[in-house]
Each structure stands twice: as structure tokens, then as C-alpha cells.
Design a binder for this molecule. Structure first.
Ligand code: AMP
Ligand code: MG
Length: 407
């Protein structure tokens, strides 16, 4: 057992989530151009500057006509209309349509006065100065002013993580600049005497370090800035230096490794003697060792070193906490139901996050493990696209429908 077991020791995930809520990070805003908006988080509601479309326009290449002129048109008895104008997208129609007349019109061009319908070019036959129409032109193919969005309408809510379609909506409604939350800076410190960087030669007893790269990607996914360093050895003095440096550079520190029961678990040691611990250990599998607290006023999450564990703890604990801080409530976790194809065993009060592959199997979604579930097995993650979400203490029976968190 550790020197000083914290009062919140080996708690439920729900309790851990509750305790993380007692610490926050101050957020700031900044104005950016929409070109830089990909994967940024809106810090204000956005309203449309305009009606979309801004004017009635044609949704087809064809002819602008008066519907009643065409009612009697048939294949054998076409009607003829005189062409008086050609209207391109971007131009202003010069002539009003009166009975017996039509204007050629391109997709996106404004509807001329007098016209109430568009006949597709494919349904007409052009002759010198006139067209023949073989069917009635029902009042259609007109995109009405404001039918997509009206001026002043709320189009995107504060907290939206901006994806390409959102950026398209901003551009369409005339926004060139927007306010977003400043990205949080998050330090990543991985620890372990056995770790070397990919690219170096593997020597005996060593393994390639991977967690810091995974965490870097997860942080980028959330629209924040990872500050990653190469892994450090299991030395309390080096760790102290790195933690002190991290608090000057970042808003949050994430460590990996050294937080379990081993003799060289320096992260746990230094947090016990010099840090502030809110909780240590959670009843989850994989990933039971996490520690959460403060290192000199800055929040710190200490993740276990096993690759599957550190990933899972980030997804189920850190990600929801960060999202809440940044008001990023408009992109909730993607959870779907699927039939699990194998039994899942559990321990009393534990929550189990198996890495599963989920796919559509005809008329149902099915989920299954592709690789063994050891917490050191990164392949169990890389070959999966979901995590089982089971209530505390619950396993699952083969063919049961359960919740899966998409990852
Ligand atoms: P620890 O949490 O430090 O006891 O490490 C648990 C297991 O995870 C050990 O087998 C370590 O070698 C491995 N491990 C620790 N940190 C990393 C890392 N950054 N990348 C890959 N494996 C790691
Ligand atoms: Mg270690």
C-alpha cells in the first residue's frame, strides 16, 4: 500500500467524474477567420446575416415560364413560347415574362418577374427564337428566398466543434470571422526507464514508447494543443523538473506510467509527497490506477502506462471533463446499440470497457473483440472502433444488445 492512501481511493467512475468537476480551467476566447476554423470550438451562438438563398432562383438549367401557358402541353400537341432573354447565374433578369414568352435560365440565376415555374431544358426542344414544350411546367424548380435559412436565424450554437459542413454554413451566411475558445495547452509527460523513442535501436529490456503519441492525437481530436516531450526515466528529480516546467507552459498536465503499486512508480510517489491528490484508482477495467489532483495549482491527470488503459481513461474520464469545461456540449459521445457476440465477464462494482469491433451485419449491428483484451495490447485498440459501455458490476451475455461508445 502507498504511504498515504487518499480518502477517495479505488472509487467508482461516477464518483471520479464528480470529483473532476470540482476542478476547472479558465477559458479564453479569440477571433479567427473561417479558414482557420476547422476543429475549433465556437464560443458564441452564430446567427445568419442573410436569407439563404438571398433571392428566388432556379434549381435547374431550363426556361422560366408561366405555368398556365403550359397546362395543355402534351407530347403530340406541344406548345410554343418565344424566347426573350438568357439569364445566367449572377446576372439580373432584364425582361418580365408575359403570356406566350419564356426566358432561358441557368441554375442559380434569379427568377424573372412574371415567371412562376421552370421547365427543365431536357423537357423542351429549341427552335429558332422559340421553344417547344411537351408537358405542363408545374410550378417547380424555384428555390425560394430564405427557404434554407432566414436572416437572424440561430445557425450554430456555442460549443459546436466546427467541421467542414459547419464552416460551409458560416461562409454561406456571410461570416468571415468568428469567436472560438482558445485551445487549451496540455502537457504530456510519459515516464519509464524501459521506454525509448520509435526510430532508435531497440535494446534488451526496452520497448518503444507509444502512449505520448496516442495522447497527442486524442488531444488534437478535441481541438486542443498537446505539448509532448520524449519520455523521461523513472527519476523523481527529473519528473519534478518536468512537472514544474509543464505548469508554466500549459493549462493541464497528463502523465503516463508510474502510478501503480510498483517500487518505481514515481508519479504516484511525487504526488503523495509534493502534490495534491483528489482521487487515486477507479473501479474500471482496463485502467484502474488513474490519479487526479493538482500540481501547484494546475490540474493533473496521471494515467497508467499500459497503452489500452491510458487510452480508455482519456476517453471516458478526461475527454468528458475537457468537453464540459470548454462548453463543448454540442458534440455528445457517439453511442450506439449492438449485439455483442461473446460473453463479457465482470467483477462486482467494476465497469468494463472492452475494445470491440462493431459493424453492420444486414439488419443489425454486431460487436465482437478482434484481439485479446490485455491492457498492454495496443492492437486491441487499433483493431477496434468501439468500447463496451456497461453499468457498474455488469457483464454481458452472448447476443445481448449493449451500448458501445464509438472511438
Ligand atoms: P507502469 O504504469 O509505468 O507500471 O507501466 C505499465 C506497463 O505499461 C509497463 O509494461 C510499461 O512498460 C508500459 N508502458 C508504460 N509507459 C508506456 C508508454 N508511454 N508507452 C508504451 N508502453 C508503456
Ligand atoms: Mg513505469
Amino acid at each position: 500500500m502507498p504511504n498515504h492512501t487518499p480518502s477517495n481511493y479505488f472509487i467508482s467512475l461516477d464518483k471520479a467524474k464528480e470529483l473532476t468537476q470540482t476542478i476547472s480551467i479558465p477559458t479564453k476566447e479569440e477571433k479567427i477567420t473561417i479558414q482557420n476554423a476547422y476543429n475549433r470550438i465556437l464560443s458564441q451562438d452564430i446567427f445568419s446575416n442573410i436569407n439563404d438563398p438571398p433571392f428566388n432562383n432556379s434549381s435547374m438549367d431550363g426556361y422560366a415560364v408561366i405555368y398556365s401557358d403550359t397546362i395543355k402541353a402534351t407530347k403530340n400537341n406541344p406548345i410554343e413560347l418565344k424566347i426573350i432573354d438568357v439569364i445566367n447565374a449572377g446576372s439580373i433578369p432584364q425582361k418580365e415574362i408575359q403570356s406566350g414568352f419564356a426566358s432561358k435560365i441557368m441554375t442559380g440565376a434569379p427568377i424573372p418577374k412574371g415567371a412562376d415555374s421552370i421547365i427543365m431544358v431536357e423537357k423542351t426542344q429549341k427552335e429558332e427564337g422559340k421553344i417547344k414544350i411537351f408537358q405542363p411546367s408545374f410550378p417547380n424548380y424555384i428555390r425560394l428566398k430564405g427557404e434554407n435559412i432566414s436572416k437572424g436565424q440561430l445557425i450554430l450554437e456555442k460549443g459546436t466543434l466546427l467541421k467542414p459542413s459547419h464552416i460551409g454554413l458560416l461562409a454561406t451566411t456571410g461570416h468571415s470571422h468568428i469567436s472560438v475558445f482558445k485551445k487549451l495547452k496540455i502537457s504530456i509527460i510519459s515516464t519509464g526507464d524501459e521506454l525509448i523513442s520509435p526510430g532508435e535501436k531497440l535494446s534488451s529490456g526496452k520497448i518503444y514508447e507509444s502512449n505520448s503519441y496516442v495522447l497527442e492525437g486524442l488531444i488534437n481530436d478535441l481541438g486542443h494543443i498537446p505539448l509532448r516531450i520524449n519520455s523521461i526515466s523513472d527519476s523523481i528529480d527529473i519528473l519534478r523538473l518536468e512537472l514544474d516546467k509543464a505548469i508554466t507552459e500549459s493549462d493541464l498536465i497528463i502523465t503516463s506510467g508510474g502510478v501503480s503499486m510498483g517500487d518505481f512508480d514515481i508519479v504516484r510517489n511525487i504526488m503523495e509527497s509534493e502534490g495534491e491528490i483528489l482521487f487515486w484508482r477507479i473501479k474500471i477495467r482496463p485502467g484502474s490506477p488513474p490519479l487526479f489532483g493538482k500540481w501547484k495549482q494546475k490540474p493533473i491527470f496521471c494515467l497508467p502506462g499500459n497503452p489500452a488503459s491510458s487510452f480508455v481513461v482519456f476517453k471516458i474520464l478526461i475527454e468528458p471533463w475537457l468537453n464540459k469545461i470548454i462548453n463543448f456540449n454540442k458534440n455528445p459521445p457517439k453511442i450506439i446499440k449492438a449485439k455483442i457476440l461473446e460473453n463479457i465477464k465482470n467483477k462486482p462494482n467494476f465497469q468494463i470497457f472492452n475494445r470491440v469491433f462493431i459493424k453492420n451485419n444486414g439488419d443489425e449491428m454486431i460487436a465482437f473483440t478482434k484481439s485479446h483484451q490485455g491492457s498492454g495490447n495496443i492492437n486491441s485498440l487499433a483493431s477496434s472502433n468501439g468500447l463496451t459501455l456497461l453499468p457498474p458490476g455488469m457483464g454481458a451475455k452472448k447476443n445481448e444488445i449493449i451500448d458501445i461508445l464509438l472511438i
